[in-house]
Design a protein around this ligand. Structure first.
Ligand code: PLP
Length: 393
């Protein structure tokens, strides 16, 4: 007998881990599998953290994040999407992953369910499993003719029942690069208000957009402060800070007091010196770096587009945001096997489509995900090897 929850004992590494775990650290692999680029965090951000350490900023801090940082986050939302977000609605529990978990902790009791728009980054639904939620997926559908992913609202809302606590939506999406329209966001918000459920909106790729706008539509632009909408964001991607573990959560003001307790329980906030780096990231210099990052990713997307012109078995729905190419390979049935083979034989690390949930999602098993926030030459080389392996299928 064991006191450990059965659903916890049943947790398994996700599909990306299943491919990467046995070969991690091998230097000759072209790493296109994880959700991070190859740029080191810019020097001015590293310097700010180093200075904080030199100044002895090594103590506990505000468990919800330093006030100065929370104010800088509020200013970021004002200048990027024009939203007024009161500092009392901003908490930094750690990175975005912990922000997602924190939102779920506020909403879910064992047996409740959460409706998740998929394909989606696996740690999202694994986090929901850890807090005891039943998962209900609604898969975006390929509109190959229109060249976009389509969210079927009727299917989404049909998942709702009395144990539903939240709808989770990530836009721009990982792995698809899909961007929810303002109309789709409004419909989700109206439904959530009507049924008294929450929305968790993961907007960590909000500024990584390529086709005109500077920010994807955000729930912050359409919601009222009291709406039960949790908006997740992170320093990880736009500022190349994945290892820093700093992100944030915008939450309803009624959580102002409870968040002090929850963030203490979870980690007592991010590392103090890392927060000084985050404050530097939110400076005008940080805005300039973000713009460079978008350009670099746009080039990465162009490299993939060029590669696809010469392929007749591999196609995509061109991503509108985030930094992934979700590539459909005609004839591919087992993406996990394929990714294990390509890393072993061709030394390219890719994420298998099956990783992005749910486990019985046959449709995504014909896909692999490539992170294109990479050096153009290395990316092109990785894609060429992918092309050869796919051609031999
Ligand atoms: C959709 C999404 N949300 C959250 C995260 C995690 O961000 P963080 O590094 O801040 O935990 C990722 C990372 O890949 C992601 O793709």
């Amino acid at each position: 007998m064991t006191a450990i929850r059965k659903d916890v004992l049943n947790l398994e590494p996700n599909g990306i881990g299943k491919v990467s775990m046995s070969v991690l650290g091998q230097k000759d692999i072209i790493p296109l599998w994880f959700g991070e680029g190859d740029l080191v965090t810019p020097k001015f951000i590293r310097d700010a953290a180093i200075q904080a350490l030199q100044d002895g900023k090594t103590f506990y801090n505000n468990p919800r994040g330093m006030f100065e940082l929370r104010k800088a986050v509020a200013a970021f939302h004002k200048r990027t999407v024009g939203a007024d977000v009161a500092v009392e609605r901003i908490s930094l529990p750690g990175a975005a992953t912990l922000a997602v978990v924190t939102a779920m902790q506020c909403l879910i009791q064992t047996g409740d369910n959460i409706v998740i728009v998929s394909p989606v980054w696996p740690s999202i639904f694994q986090a929901a499993e850890v807090v005891g939620a039943e998962l209900r997926f609604v898969r975006l559908e390929e509109d190959w003719t229109g060249g976009r992913w389509r969210l079927d609202m009727e299917k989404l809302f049909a998942q709702y029942d009395r144990r539903t606590k939240a709808i989770f939506v990530c836009s721009p999406g990982n792995p698809t690069g899909w961007i929810a329209t303002r109309a789709e966001q409004s419909a989700i918000l109206d439904f959530a208000r009507k049924h008294e459920i929450a929305v968790i909106s993961d907007e960590v790729y909000g500024t990584l957009v390529y086709d005109g706008e500077l920010h994807a539509p955000s729930f912050l632009e359409i919601m009222e402060p009291d709406d039960e909408v949790f908006v997740v964001n992170s320093f990880s991607k736009p500022w190349a800070m994945t290892g820093w573990r700093v992100g944030w959560l915008v939450h309803p003001p009624c959580l102002d007091e409870p968040m002090n307790v929850i963030t203490i329980a979870n980690n007592t906030g991010p590392a103090t010196f890392a927060q000084y780096g985050a404050i530097a990231a939110l400076s005008p210099e940080g805005d300039r770096f973000r713009a460079e990052m978008v350009e670099r990713c746009r080039k990465g997307r162009d490299v993939v587009a060029q590669f696809l012109e010469g392929q007749n078995r591999i196609r995509w729905i061109r991503p509108e945001g985030a930094f992934y190419a979700f590539l459909h390979i005609d004839g591919l049935k087992h993406s996990l096997e394929f990714c294990r083979k390509i890393v072993r034989d061709a030394r390219v690390g890719l994420a298998p489509g099956m990783a992005f949930g749910p486990t019985n999602d046959i449709a995504s098993d014909s896909y692999v995900r490539v992170c294109f926030a990479q050096d153009a030459a290395l990316l092109a080389e990785g894609l060429e090897r992918l092309g050869k392996t796919a051609a031999a299928l």
